[in-house]
Write a protein that binds this ligand. Structure first.
Ligand SMILES: [Zn+2]
Length: 291
């Protein structure tokens, strides 16, 4: 099994980890356009293939981490190899299948270990620039970095990935999710993107391909219509190039204090995501003060 030492330096050397486990790692030109990686089993040996047509180093590294996740989580094998000895992957929080999401979260936690990632967050003001700079430092994809950012930030932030005017994936930080009416995941996959700067961008494929970027100030009810008090949000969005997706980062300088809204029932439904570490477990007294 994989045991990472504490204080591992970044960028994490995922190739050395894979090879250290005796897994063969090779680039491939035969995976087609829909798969960025593959885990293969030959007898008791395993191999990982990554699609050499993927230009993004961060996404390639994420793919290798995803396949390693399948290898390390041995309960995946019965599903992955049910009909053959090859599992083709399309990582990046795109698939809704449980084993694909587990492998995605494994890759994110492997490539962006909590301690150095939180230290990096402390060095940046929250926003899209922070996500871009941290992605460069950790050699990770913009999408996976944004999701980790929203998951680990102590600030009120959210990351939303959309495509063709619908939400593909979103994550809200605890500080924002605790605001009554926001909810942990306000937008579920296939919800329409609300009328916003992001909607305008995702409606323009050319701008998405050219990595066009927008930044606007908006009201919180643009994205979170169920909040009883509105507050100011900064909305920054960028086209993710040939992937056809748009990444949106939402940040707030101020959010209402949840303790002012004791009469409003807090969202009780827990995520079905088994990786929702620590969500809702912070005692009220231990929460940081809201700015
Ligand atoms: Zn997979």
């Amino acid at each position: 099994m994989l045991h990472l030492r504490d204080g591992a330096s970044v960028p994490v050397d995922v190739v050395a980890i894979v090879e250290g486990l005796g897994i063969t790692l090779e680039g491939s030109t035969n995976l087609g356009s829909s798969a960025s990686g593959c885990l293969m089993r030959v007898g008791s040996a395993f191999g990982i293939l990554f699609n050499t047509s993927v230009a993004s180093l961060g996404y390639r590294r994420f793919t290798i981490g995803h396949e390693l996740g399948h290898h390390q989580m041995t309960h995946h094998r019965r599903t992955l190899f049910a009909t053959g000895q090859r599992h083709l992957s399309q990582p990046g929080f795109i698939s809704s299948r449980w084993h694909e999401l587990e492998a995605d979260h494994f890759a994110a936690e492997l490539l962006m270990p909590r301690d150095p990632f939180v230290a990096a967050l402390d060095r940046h003001a929250p926003g899209l620039d922070a996500v871009r700079e941290i992605a460069e430092e950790f050699e990770t994809s913009l999408t996976s970095t944004a999701i980790r950012f929203a998951k680990l930030s102590s600030e009120p932030v959210a990351a939303v990935v959309s495509q063709d005017r619908v939400v593909r994936f979103s994550w809200v930080s605890e500080a924002l999710g605790n605001v009554p009416g926001v909810g942990r995941i306000p937008m579920r996959p296939d919800d329409p993107v609300p009328s916003s700067a992001t909607l305008s961008l995702t409606s323009n494929p050319q701008k998405v391909r050219r990595a066009h970027r927008v930044a606007v100030n908006c009201r919180s009810d643009t994205w979170f219509p169920r909040t009883s008090t509105t507050f100011a949000l900064r909305e920054e969005a960028i086209g993710l190039g040939s992937y056809g997706r748009v990444l949106t980062i939402l940040t707030a300088d101020y959010v209402p204090d949840p303790d002012d809204y004791d009469s409003v029932p807090r969202r009780s439904s827990r995520s079905e995501d088994p990786w929702a570490e620590g969500w809702g477990t912070t005692p009220r007294s231990a929460r940081r003060s809201w700015r």
